[in-house]
Design a protein around this ligand. Structure first.
Ligand code: NAD
Length: 277
């Protein structure tokens, strides 16, 4: 029997499946088919964002699936151009409507966008959205230590998660340790380095893959799960969705985890949170 996906507990008491499916760059017209495939493969945690333009397709797949809402975990995000108070409320309403849901499990500020200097105001709006019950949990994405410190100083609720670029070549040890020390779970975006960074060919990954009869992608996803990250790799291809989900039947040894952790190269593949607008 397949093992269940592990869950982690958030600082607000809700639980989150540690393995999910992300839909960044999933073409809107193809989204319903792709998310339907992911749900059929077994994923129950879907990570989308207003900026991806595919919330309606995600919502159609969820509605058509017949899966009980309580079994699903759905995340979406407030984009930079809607930061503020009323604009965040409106953007949230639009996201819920597109998703066809009456609540999301997790709502995130997508980027701090420091040049706007509105993330503290936006966070206060998310606090109100959470209080209304329409987002069970609230969190941030791409927040660095100074951004988190400002929230701690000026607002009431500690984010439940911080979703950051994180893979063996770019582990962001400072923000990861700081988040965890304050009870914030770490979500790893670009967990496979978006296929841009040559992680699959790294010796530590290849050796572990050979030892466990696994693929390099499976080894990297295991490394995330065993180092405590929440992870939602993306693929448009059903066989890869299944491959990325089939990671619960083996375990890396501590030395294999350490060898993969040693691949750190400050090898960012995405934008710099200080400057992405
Ligand atoms: P990822 O690391 O999951 O890489 C996806 C790419 O890896 C695929 O397009 C494919 O080319 C390749 N791939 C996937 N499975 C494979 C396999 N088994 N074998 C070989 N190649 C494989 O990158 P991602 O999609 O950017 O990140 C995952 C999710 O994180 C996104 O879909 C999105 O939900 C989220 N995300 C969030 C932010 C943010 O700013 N908060 C930014 C980027 C992504």
């Amino acid at each position: 029997m397949t093992k269940p996906v592990p869950t982690l507990t958030l600082n607000d008491g809700h639980t989150i499946p540690q393995l999910g499916f992300g839909v960044f760059k999933v073409d809107p017209p193809a989204t319903t088919r792709i998310v339907t495939d992911a749900l059929e493969v077994g994923y129950r945690h879907i990570d989308t964002a207003a900026a991806y333009g595919n919330e309606a397709g995600v919502g159609d797949a969820l509605a058509n699936s017949g899966i009980d809402r309580a079994e699903l975990f759905v995340t979406t995000k407030l984009y930079n151009d809607r930061q503020g108070t009323q604009s965040a409320f409106d953007a949230f309403d639009e996201s819920l409507e597109k998703l066809g849901l009456d609540y999301v499990d997790l709502y995130l500020i997508h980027w701090p966008s420091p040049a706007q200097d509105r993330y503290v105001e936006s966070w206060k709006a998310l606090e109100q959205i959470q209080a209304s019950g329409r987002a069970r949990s609230i969190g941030v994405s791409n927040f660095l230590v100074p951004h988190l410190k400002r929230l701690f100083g000026e607002t009431d609720v500690v984010p439940a998660v911080n979703q950051i670029e994180l893979h063996p070549a770019h582990q962001q040890p400072e923000v990861t340790a700081f988040s965890r020390a304050h009870g914030i779970q770490v979500e790893a975006w670009g967990p496979l380095g978006q296929g841009k960074y040559p992680l699959f060919e790294a010796t530590a990954v290849a050796v572990a893959a050979e030892a466990h009869g696994a693929t390099p992608a499976q080894v990297i996803i295991r490394w995330h799960l065993q180092t405590g990250n929440i992870v939602f790799p993306k693929s448009n291809r059903r066989e890869r969705m299944a491959e990325n989900f089939d990671v619960l039947g083996f375990e890396l040894s501590p030395s294999e985890v350490a060898a993969i952790s040693a691949l750190e190269r400050a090898g960012r593949v995405g934008g710099d949170p200080n400057t992405v607008e």
